[in-house]
Design a protein around this ligand. Structure first.
Ligand code: ADP
Length: 168
């Protein structure tokens, strides 16, 4: 059976090892995965759309069936345009559940061909979020356990205090 095309949307501000774990697992299940960096987020990202796309591209180069794209359309519309019938989301804890269920239903209502496929976060990454990464970067913490190696320097330069801790 042919598992087709799946879209994994997110803000990726910045991409973390938790996101990467979801991408790696999805790439094994589906023929092709598009990681979609969202422009239209109610969040105010620390990194510009260009920076986020470039970081995600760097990190996803290793996968032959993963493409990176960005869009300011509604995800349900983007999937319709691409002919994608599967949306991927990661679930970390119960706190993600309510919002994710609501989004899955709204998306299916807007595009009845679209179903959301949830991957449960690896236990190593349950507590990992982009917000936590930015907070740690601000205080000069070691980010190597939380974000892909290729983008650590960029995060430190943008958010960290030149890589130095604020603690004196
Ligand atoms: P959004 O603003 O769309 O929630 P995020 O970049 O915060 O964008 O998250 C994108 C997706 O990745 C969401 O489904 C989120 O639950 C999931 N995700 C975030 N962090 C992790 C993690 N540590 N492990 C697994 N999935 C995660």
């Amino acid at each position: 059976m042919h598992n087709g095309l799946a879209v994994y949307p997110g803000t990726f501000d910045p991409i973390t090892l938790g996101h990467l774990n979801v991408i790696k697992r999805a790439a094994k299940i589906f023929d092709k995965v598009i990681v979609l960096v969202s422009i239209n987020s109610s969040k105010r990202p620390a990194f510009t759309i260009e920076e986020r796309v470039s970081q995600v591209r760097k990190v996803c180069e290793r996968f032959s069936n993963v493409e990176v794209d960005f869009s300011d359309k509604l995800v349900a519309e983007y999937c319709r345009d691409k002919g994608a019938k599967i949306l991927i989301r990661g679930l970390r804890a119960l706190s993600d559940f309510e919002h994710e269920c609501q989004m899955a239903n709204i998306n299916r209502k807007m595009n009845p061909d679209l179903d959301t496929f949830f991957l449960v976060a690896d236990s190593k990454y349950t507590y990992l979020s982009s917000t936590a990464v930015k907070e740690m970067a601000r205080y000069g913490a070691d980010l190597s356990e939380y974000v892909p190696r290729e983008i650590i320097q960029e995060i430190v330069e943008k958010i960290g205090n030149g890589g130095k801790s604020y603690a004196k």
